[in-house]
Design a protein around this ligand. Sequence first.
Ligand SMILES: CC(=O)N[C@H]1[C@@H](OP(=O)(O)OP(=O)(O)OC[C@H]2O[C@@H](n3ccc(=O)[nH]c3=O)[C@H](O)[C@@H]2O)O[C@H](CO)[C@@H](O)[C@@H]1O
Ligand SMILES: C=C(OP(=O)(O)O)C(=O)O
Length: 423
Amino acid sequence: MDKFIIEGPTPLKGTIPISGSKNAALPLMAAAILGNSPTTIKNVPKLRDIYTFNNVIRVTGTHVNFDEEESTLTIDPANLAHLEAPYELVRKMRASFYMLGALLGKFGQAKVSLPGGCAWGPRPVDLHLEGMRKMGADIKLDEGYVIARAPKMMEGGTFKLEPSSVGATINLVLASVLRVKEFTIKNAAKEPDVVLLCKRLVEMGADIEGIGTSTLTVRAVDSLDGISTRNAADRIETGTFMIAAAMHPESEVTLTNVDVDDLGEFPDTFRKVGAEVEIGEDSVYVKAPAKLSPTSIKTEIYPGFPTDLQAQWATMMTQAEGKSSVTDTIYYDRFSYVPEITRLGANMEVEENTVHIEGKTPLKGASVMSTDLRASVSLVLAGMVAEGKTDVLRIYHLDRGYEDLEEKLTNVGARIRRTQQEE
Ligand SMILES: CC(=O)N[C@H]1[C@@H](OP(=O)(O)OP(=O)(O)OC[C@H]2O[C@@H](n3ccc(=O)[nH]c3=O)[C@H](O)[C@@H]2O)O[C@H](CO)[C@@H](O)[C@@H]1O
Ligand SMILES: C=C(OP(=O)(O)O)C(=O)O
């Protein structure tokens, strides 16, 4: 197991290239199974979740080739014959549950493990299953697996997602593009990852109405073709580095290869902390303020503040001059990072689904433990402004979602290195 050793504080100065998005790539990979010919996806990040999902897809007999030099994946479903996603792989990452929609949609049957234990509390899949039942599929649970069957052409209907769900929208779209006469999803997710998937499916030949709105209507087509396409830039990585750049008063960073239209309201919210922000065609420049203004946020569905950035924001707020709060309305207990940041000297208190933060507190290096992906990167952000040495343990969580993190940060002046963690 690896850990990071970080020596702080260090300002960040220079350019950071943004990688392809994990959460946008995974649905595109599942969609590739639906095609009648190979699909090529460029700008795919070299991340643990991508490797895991490659293996999930390979179990079915699909040929997957990842050209890491070119960051390009080729997925050829010609020999797909085994309609199963086993627990050993699905437990490693929740998004492998997309195999349910993809296999059911293409073959009318699937056996997919329920996703395993979660990093921060309940993350049900009831809406995925209810929605598939609503479209006409037979869904049974057996020994931790979902067994799904569907006739050649399901009748469909209308299904409302309450609450709106990224994963359920993706799974229902994947299940219906080849197999449902007409299926309408109300309160569908509008996150850029969902919009990108729908646009790419349309390029493959699908009939989807309402893309980018909260009502999606899908009408089955006879077949879909493989395509050659490009994955989006990672908007959460972009936001993470914007926050990193604001935390030290001497930092000045330019992010490149950014999909600036995918950032929703985040840049406007971010400006409230006092940072100077310039949005280019595919770049974001951030200059840290002399003093960070305390700014409270509440997570919302897109284009609102993303839950995947709330831990990083709360960490930044420990360095703001005054009181602020961060409320998560999507995941009520996504606060496992709080006790760890507190170990570095922060003044934070969790009350229900809100963390109250009192700044500015000087942070001092210590050993801290990663608990999930975004919690882990928050510890790195804190370590880069803490005085002295911070050991961030169990960084395998980070390797699920941040490509070349230590190289990217070292290149702009951070002192951070990876080493083996003693057990
Ligand atoms: C791989 C991926 O893209 N993961 C993202 C995806 O996760 P994921 O797709 O799992 O998250 P959802 O959008 O489904 O979750 C939103 C809310 O809906 C609830 N819910 C969801 C499904 C369901 O069947 N029943 C139900 O009640 C969840 O508990 C949560 O409160 O969107 C989340 C919210 O933006 C992000 O934090 C994750 O990074
Ligand atoms: C929570 C995340 O991913 P997942 O849904 O795969 O756990 C994330 O990307 O922050």
